[in-house]
Design a protein around this ligand. Structure first.
Ligand SMILES: [Zn+2]
Length: 308
């Protein structure tokens, strides 16, 4: 029984990996970088892929995430419009190419790259593609220079930027970047404000980790905190709470359907996300992927318990 559950989890995981690869081939020439000002010295850049947070000031620039490599010139142009200081630090929130793709370019520009130990290891030893093709290790200069498995603080421009590990959430190398003086949380992809939550099971993500990670993030957020997700609009604490509630509610529905003996297809057909589908952008389009993930994890957990 155990083996069956694990195989189906792996199958679902590779479906996700396929989807991720398909999403990662946009026409970069057409991408424009949109800059949103959150404070005189804090900006969010959106182009293609994950949002980039930018802390500026007299001591230099700190970035959270770097988008795809072909976009670096455009990103640098956008940064130059808000700061003439060097880009000194880059923090990777997680291993996906739309967040770390620019690492090598920014390292060559002089940025010191920070990330979790697990993220660095995955850049060095990426998973094979779904068709079995071996993963291509990242270039040496793309690798984070400073790695950590506990909280790290970078003191820059009067801010005390806290890099907080979020364990086994969207991946096993997630970091929450907290800017206490600005009351800003840059969270990467374990929370998004577009579509249903996404996990990367192949890279160590888990449902329990995402729920715990949202809890830890809610704990850091106050009534005026700005939350910068990896994807989607900048939101507040209420959106984090709503998402955690949503995940728990849909998970429980899926668990109930599994208890009734429903197959994956029957569970999807029962539309366990229905009450939430109209409440978020892209929700309906991402519902099936979300339900597949919940089904795989809940089923695997139940099988494991039964086998004990
Ligand atoms: Zn991601």
């Amino acid at each position: 029984m155990r083996k069956v559950a694990r195989t189906s989890l792996a199958l679902v995981a590779s479906v996700f990996a396929f989807a991720a690869v398909a999403q990662q081939r946009p026409d970069f020439g057409k991408v424009e970088i949109k800059t949103t000002r959150l404070a005189d010295d804090f900006y969010v850049l959106e182009g293609q892929g994950g949002a980039i947070s930018v802390l500026t000031g007299p001591e230099g620039v700190l970035l959270v995430d770097s988008q795809f490599a072909p976009l670096t010139d455009k990103v640098v142009e956008a940064i130059k419009r808000v700061s003439d200081k060097p880009i000194r630090f880059l923090v990777d929130t997680h291993v996906h190419g739309d967040h770390v793709g620019g690492n090598e370019n920014f390292a060559k520009l002089g940025a010191l790259v920070f990330a979790r130990d697990q993220l660095r290891a995955r850049l060095q030893n990426p998973n094979p593609a779904p068709d079995g093709t071996p993963g291509k290790p990242a270039a040496a200069q793309a690798l984070p220079v400073v790695t950590y498995d506990n909280q790290v603080t970078i003191h820059l421009n009067g801010e005390h930027v806290r890099l907080i590990p979020i364990r086994n959430a969207h991946t096993d190398g997630d970091t929450l970047v907290y800017f206490p003086e600005h009351d800003i949380l840059a969270v990467g992809d374990y929370f998004r404000s577009t579509g249903y939550p996404v996990v990367d099971l192949d890279n160590g993500g888990t449902l329990a980790g995402i729920i715990d990670g949202l809890g830890a993030t809610i704990g850091r957020a106050g009534p005026n905190t700005k939350v910068v997700p990896g994807h989607g609009a900048i939101v507040d604490r209420n959106a984090l709470i709503a998402q955690r509630d949503l995940i728990v509610a849909v998970r429980d529905k899926v668990a109930g359907l599994i208890d009734q003996g429903k197959t994956l297809e029957e569970t999807i057909a029962a539309k366990p996300t229905a009450e939430f589908d109209s409440k978020a952008p892209n929700a309906e389009q991402t519902s099936e992927r979300f339900v597949k993930w919940l089904y795989a994890e809940v089923k695997a957990a139940k099988t494991k318990t039964a086998a004990r």
